[in-house]
Design a protein around this ligand. Structure first.
Ligand code: FES
Length: 87
């Protein structure tokens, strides 16, 4: 599990191992855009403000992955105990 901080919304939420980041985010931000939920379309791409994302999508380039400033929240998780997103 890890904690996600939605900085614009002003909340922090726990993401348990059996739930996706997108699923947890939707509780606080009901209108968050998503489509495929498989890391393939890019609709859920979200800016990362702090922490290191665990990328599991098929879209980002190696350079984007290494930079860690954006992620697909439908499949991505966190390497660090805390991740801050621009949501
Ligand atoms: Fe398609 Fe996340 S919803 S990449």
């Amino acid at each position: 599990a890890f904690e996600v901080e939605l900085r614009r919304t002003g909340v922090s939420l726990r993401v348990p191992v059996d739930r996706t980041l997108l699923d947890v985010v939707r509780e606080a931000v009901p209108g968050v855009p998503f489509s495929c939920e498989e890391g393939m379309c890019g609709t859920c791409e979200t800016k990362v403000l702090d922490g290191t994302p665990d990328h599991r999508d098929m879209l980002l380039s190696d350079a984007e992955r290494a930079a860690g400033s954006t992620m697909m929240i439908c499949v991505g998780r966190s390497v660090t105990p805390r991740l801050a997103l621009d949501l």
